[in-house]
Design a protein around this ligand. Structure first.
Ligand SMILES: CC(C)(COP(=O)(O)OP(=O)(O)OC[C@H]1O[C@@H](n2cnc3c(N)ncnc32)[C@H](O)[C@@H]1OP(=O)(O)O)[C@@H](O)C(=O)NCCC(=O)NCCS
Length: 183
């Protein structure tokens, strides 16, 4: 309770204790996903149209972290058409000023809670230690295993501006039971 001279803090409906809420994306969030992907300097940036379509058609398997009305993180994912018990996570990004607060982990858990897949897949470049740590932590939270397999060779991933792309390793997390032990 705020004292007599302190202003009451606004309570954001559905927000966690830190004021950030994790929800399925809305169509209007599309441009901010594109912006966050650009600012990450790590992700392959898709077209703004692609992020819009993701918010429209894959909201059930995607999440945004909202601080007030601002998107400060996103996860895009889909259920594989040929294996609908498998959630494929495409991209994860958290605003640089908001990292280390478990927003990425909370978004992944939110999607897992909503879509209840048996398996979660993602691909990660060998140099992206933060992402490897993130998915390892989520596997731990779900009391399951994470396994790395070779997936996409660099020649399948021609880089922009002639730059070479690292390989993308497949990480398989599961089996998932729906229960979690961490946040
Ligand atoms: C990767 C990224 C999404 C992590 O977001 P985040 O919100 O800071 O991650 P979290 O706070 O949820 O961390 C989850 C776990 O990963 C670990 N982790 C996250 N970033 C880390 C880093 N840079 N170094 C070491 N560990 C890290 C955390 O310690 C935590 O583990 P714990 O539960 O054992 O403590 C963020 O760094 C980012 O946006 N990077 C640029 C884009 C990118 O690389 N995306 C992933 C490829 S698609």
């Amino acid at each position: 309770m705020a004292g007599p001279d302190e202003p009451e803090q606004p309570v954001v409906q559905g927000a966690d204790a830190d004021g950030v809420s994790i929800v399925a994306p809305d169509l209007l969030h599309g441009p901010q996903l594109w912006q966050l992907a650009r600012e990450s300097k790590v992700l392959d940036v898709n077209s703004s149209y692609a992020y819009l379509m993701w918010c429209r058609d894959f909201a059930a398997t995607s999440a945004v972290a909202l601080d007030g009305g601002d998107v400060v993180g996103f996860v895009t994912g889909y259920l594989r058409p040929q294996a609908t018990d498998t959630l494929m996570i495409w991209q994860v990004a958290v605003d640089a000023g908001q990292r280390g607060r478990r927003l990425a982990a909370r978004m992944l858990h939110d999607i897992l809670d909503r879509s209840a897949p048996r398996w979660m897949h993602t691909t990660i470049t060998p140099s992206n230690k933060a992402s490897i740590r993130l998915f390892t932590a989520v596997a731990r939270d779900r009391a399951t295993t994470i396994e790395r397999r070779e997936q996409f060779d660099p020649q399948l991933l021609p880089g922009v501006d002639g730059g070479a792309h690292e390989p993308e390793d497949l990480y398989v997390i599961g089996p998932l039971s729906g229960t979690r032990h961490g946040t």
